[in-house]
Design a protein around this ligand. Structure first.
Ligand code: FAD
Length: 439
C-alpha cells in the first residue's frame, strides 16, 4: 500500500458492523477501505445473530415468533437512535429487513437463515443447555430451531474426545423448552461419540481443522451416531459445533448421510469455531466486493474544521477519506477502553454507560456476578444522533462526516437483552449508507 491513499468511505473496524458498513458503501458505488488491527468480538460470537431486544421480548414465544411474521416491528421508547430507524427504509418492514437481507446476501457462504419477519426469531440450543433467540443463524445451526421440534425426539451427541466449555444439555434443554417457551420435546437423550481416530483429546479449533483436513472423519462421526441412535431414529441429533472451519456445511451433510438422520450444530460458548467462520466470511466478502483491507492499527486522525480528513495507521500510512465510519467494537475490539474511566481512544469521544456520562464507579459495580445478571458495563459506548453520528461533549455531532456503528455505540446492553450482531448489522448498514450519501 502507498504511504497515502484515498477512498470515498474509510471504515475503522473489521467486525460485522464495519464489514456491513464498508459493503453498503461499495453497493452504493463508493470506493471503500476497512482498517482493522485484528478480529474482535464477532470472531467470538456463537455464529447466530442476536435479535434487537425490542424486536423480541423475553419469555414465552409470542404468536408472531411462532411463525406469523408481524406487519410492524414493536418498538419501545428506549430503543435509541438505531431503533428509531427500524421503521424507515424501502422494504415493507423497514431498514431492519433491508439490513438482514443485505447481510444474508453479503455473507452468502455462511448460508444465513432466518429473519423472515423483523419480529420473527429462530430459537436455538446452546452447549450450556439453554435456548437462545436468533434473527439469523448459520445453515448448520438453523435446522435446530425449537419450533420445528415440538413433539419430536431429540438426541444430543457429545463428542467425548473434544475439549469444550459447558456441559451437555439433553434433559435441561427439554426442561427449558417446556418451561420457557411452552414447547414439549418428546425425549432428549444424550449419547457419547468417540472419534478414536484422534490420538488424544483436542480443542474445538484443532478438531475443526482435523475435519477440514480429513473429510472421512465426518462420515465416521455419522456412522457412530447412526449406530448409537439405532432403531426409532430421532427427529434431530444435535452435535458439537466443531464440524470444520472451512467446509462445515459439507461435513454436516456427510454426518447426516452416514448417520441416516437429520443433524444440526448447537451454539457454542468460547472458543467459538462458528465465530471464526463469520470472520473468514467477512474477510472474503470484503475482498470480493473490492474493499481495500488495511491490516493495521488506527492511531489518530486529522481534521479540517468539522470534517475528518484522514486516519493515521501504525505503519506510517495515512488513509484519506471523504467519509468515515467508526466501528471499533467495545472492550474486545478495543473501541472502548476502561482504565481510570471509560474512554474511546481514537477520536476521544465521550462515553456513556447506562445513560450516564462515564460513571465514576468501580468496574465491579458495573458487572454482575452471574452470566444472567445485569452487566451495565456492556452498555458503555459513544452516543449517536438519529443519523448515527457520534455526539460530542457539547451535545451535537462532533464531525459532519463521521458515523458510528456496532458495539462502539453505547446506551444499550448486550447482556440485558441480546443485541449483539443484530445491532451491528442494522447500525453498520445505516452508517455505511449514510457515509455513502444515502438516506
Ligand atoms: C464472547 C462473546 C460472545 C458473543 N456472542 C454473540 C452471539 O452469539 N450473537 C450475537 O449476536 N452477538 C454476540 N456477541 C456480541 C457481538 O459479538 C458483538 O456485539 C458484535 O460482534 C460487535 O461487532 P462490531 O463489529 O461492532 O465489533 P468487533 O467485532 O469487536 O470488531 C471491532 C473491530 O475494530 C477493530 N479495531 C478496534 N480499534 C481499532 C483501531 N484503533 N485500529 C484498527 N482496528 C481497530 C478490531 O480489531 C475489530 O476488527 C458476543 C460478544 C462476545 C464478547
Amino acid at each position: 500500500m502507498k504511504k497515502t491513499d484515498s477512498f470515498d468511505v474509510v471504515v475503522i473496524g473489521g467486525g460485522v458492523a464495519g464489514a456491513v458498513a464498508a459493503l453498503a458503501a461499495r453497493e452504493a458505488g463508493k470506493s471503500a477501505a476497512c482498517i482493522a488491527q485484528a478480529p474482535g468480538a464477532t470472531a467470538l460470537s456463537s455464529g447466530a445473530v442476536d435479535p434487537l431486544p425490542e424486536t423480541s421480548p423475553p419469555g414465552p414465544l409470542s404468536h408472531a415468533e411462532r411463525g406469523d411474521a408481524p406487519d410492524t416491528v414493536p418498538l419501545s421508547p428506549r430503543g435509541g437512535a438505531v431503533l428509531s430507524r427500524v421503521e424507515g427504509g424501502t422494504g415493507d418492514r423497514g431498514f431492519l429487513k433491508d439490513a438482514l437481507s443485505f447481510a444474508r446476501e453479503a455473507f452468502l457462504s455462511l448460508g444465513l437463515t432466518g429473519g423472515a419477519g423483523a419480529g420473527g426469531a429462530l430459537v436455538l440450543p446452546t452447549v450450556l443447555g439453554t435456548w437462545k433467540k436468533a434473527l439469523l443463524a448459520l445453515s448448520t445451526q438453523a435446522p435446530a430451531d425449537l419450533l420445528s421440534l415440538e413433539g419430536r425426539r431429540l438426541v444430543v451427541a457429545r463428542f467425548a474426545d473434544v475439549e469444550a466449555a459447558g456441559w451437555r444439555p439433553g434433559r435441561e434443554l427439554a426442561r427449558q423448552a417446556a418451561d420457557c417457551f411452552g414447547v414439549e420435546i418428546a425425549a432428549a437423550q444424550e449419547i457419547e461419540i468417540e472419534f478414536q481416530a484422534l490420538s488424544r483429546r483436542m480443542g474445538a479449533f484443532e478438531t475443526a481443522a482435523a475435519i477440514d483436513a480429513d473429510p472421512s472423519l465426518a462420515a465416521m462421526i455419522g456412522e457412530r451416531i447412526g449406530r448409537k441412535v439405532g432403531n426409532g431414529a430421532p427427529s434431530l441429533v444435535l452435535v458439537d459445533p466443531v464440524l470444520g472451519i472451512r467446509d462445515y456445511a459439507r461435513a454436516l451433510r456427510e454426518v447426516e448421510a452416514a448417520a441416516g438422520v437429520s443433524c444440526a450444530e448447537m451454539l457454542p460458548t468460547v472458543p467459538s469455531v462458528p465465530g471464526r467462520r463469520w470472520q473468514n466470511a467477512i474477510e472474503a466478502a470484503l475482498a470480493n466486493a473490492g474493499v481495500r483491507a488495511i491490516k493495521a492499527r488506527a492511531l489518530g486522525f486529522k481534521a479540517a474544521g468539522h470534517k475528518v480528513t484522514s486516519i493515521g495507521v501504525s505503519d506510517g500510512v495515512t488513509v484519506n477519506g471523504t467519509a468515515f465510519v467508526l466501528a471499533t467494537g467495545r472492550f474486545v475490539g478495543g473501541g472502548i477502553r476502561r482504565e481510570a474511566g471509560f474512554d474511546e481512544p481514537l477520536f476521544d469521544l465521550p462515553v456513556v454507560c447506562a445513560g450516564t456520562p462515564n460513571p465514576d464507579v468501580p468496574m465491579g459495580e458495573l458487572v454482575g456476578r452471574r452470566i444472567s445478571d445485569r452487566h451495565t458495563a456492556f452498555s458503555a459506548g459513544v452516543r449517536v444522533d438519529d443519523a448515527m453520528r457520534p455526539i460530542g461533549r457539547e451535545g451535537g455531532p462532533v464531525f459532519e462526516n463521521l458515523w458510528a456503528a456496532g458495539a462502539v455505540v453505547g446506551d444499550r446492553t448486550v447482556a440485558d437483552g441480546p443485541s449483539g450482531m443484530g445491532n451491528a448489522i442494522l447500525s453498520g448498514y445505516l452508517a455505511g449508507r449514510a457515509a455513502a450519501g444515502l438516506q
